[in-house]
Design a protein around this ligand. Structure first.
Ligand code: AMP
Length: 317
């Protein structure tokens, strides 16, 4: 039945579905590309992650917004079955805002403006249901914030974090502590090189893994992703989509597809992790085909599964 898997359904008894929690930015983005521009569209690491993961598993969001936050965005997310009870509205506050511009290659971008607003003061307080999460994704936020969430989920079985150059530059010690406590780290290629202080991505991936996490995933934009664990290293190409309108949120959608798949299986053995990377690649390949969440909102689980099958076929020889 088309759309039967559109919203992750916790009552599907054939899938374990471990509770999945994500913390990160909830944003209003302004995006400029060489051919188009959108102002004040729904964005943020927590938002892209949650929407992507919701194709695979129930997900709970933890974030903060200001009074300017359009409630229709919360309704849009809740309509996908996402638990939005962890989105705190700060009276008198302003929502996090990011403005970015893509270069003509549509892979590199510059950040033109960042207004942390209420996100700068974000001190996540988990309720009882959040604390039950067994799979946790610490989306892009300060290592201090990420550590405070880790302290509140002692029963978590799989903890994975994202980070960025800002935190590598200004909170390296706190990031070092985080790396010693998490299971997995997802970051992009330039960040891995910066963190490892090595321009060779293979050496950088191994070096970052030796800083603590059991596995590291390096995102390489249009070139896909690389996986590193003690016993394995492999690459996954990006799905070659001819339509790239707005790459914003590709990294977070990748992480959402990856973690959503793992949470739906309830395990994270090497084979499941490899499949999860493929689900991440495919989910992100839809995100880039339109602005904000527009493309993801237009597909169902069947579309994802068909592209996964196509991708699998492409990679077999
Ligand atoms: P991605 O393209 O996957 O790297 O994610 C883009 C999203 O990250 C946008 O929707 C932004 O709102 C959000 N973002 C940009 N800068 C930051 C930051 N410093 N902290 C948290 N989220 C951010």
């Amino acid at each position: 039945m088309p759309g039967a898997h559109n919203v992750a359904d916790p009552t599907h008894s054939w899938i374990p579905h471990m509770p999945l929690l994500v913390v990160g930015s909830v944003a209003l983005d302004c995006v400029e590309t060489p051919t188009a521009r959108r102002d004040d569209v729904l964005g943020g690491s927590c938002v892209f992650f949650s929407y992507a993961a919701s194709f695979f598993s129930p997900v709970k969001m933890l974030g903060t917004v200001g009074e300017d936050w359009p409630q229709e965005h919360t309704r849009f997310l809740a309509a996908r079955g996402i638990d939005t009870s962890g989105i705190e509205v700060i009276p008198g506050g302003k929502t996090f805002r990011w403005r970015g511009r893509y270069l003509p290659n549509m892979n590199d971008r510059e950040t033109l403006e960042v207004h942390l607003n209420v996100f700068g003061e974000f001190k996540p307080k988990l309720n009882g249901s959040h604390k039950e999460a067994k799979f946790v994704f610490l989306g892009n936020s300060s290592p201090t914030t990420q550590l405070s969430v880790l302290d509140q989920v002692p029963a978590a079985q799989l903890t994975v974090a994202d980070t960025m150059d800002l935190w590598i530059n200004i909170q390296r010690d706190e990031l070092g502590e985080l790396l010693r406590r998490i299971d997995g780290l997802v970051l992009n290629d330039s960040e891995a090189k910066l963190l490892a202080e090595d321009e060779n991505l293979v050496r950088a991936g191994h070096a970052v893994r030796k800083m603590g996490p059991k596995f590291v995933v390096i995102k390489k934009g249009e070139h896909g992703a690389m996986f590193f664990s003690e016993h394995e290293m492999y690459v996954m190409p990006a799905y070659p989509t001819p339509q790239v309108l707005d790459p914003t949120g590709a990294g977070d959608s990748f992480a959402g597809g990856m973690m959503g798949h793992l949470a739906s299986l309830g395990r994270f053995d090497p084979q499941s992790l490899k499949e999860a990377l493929a689900y991440g690649v495919i989910t992100a390949s839809f995100t880039v085909e339109d602005f904000s969440l527009d493309r993801l909102a237009s597909i169902d689980r069947g579309d994802l599964d068909r592209r996964i099958a196509d991708y699998k076929q492409m990679l077999s020889f």
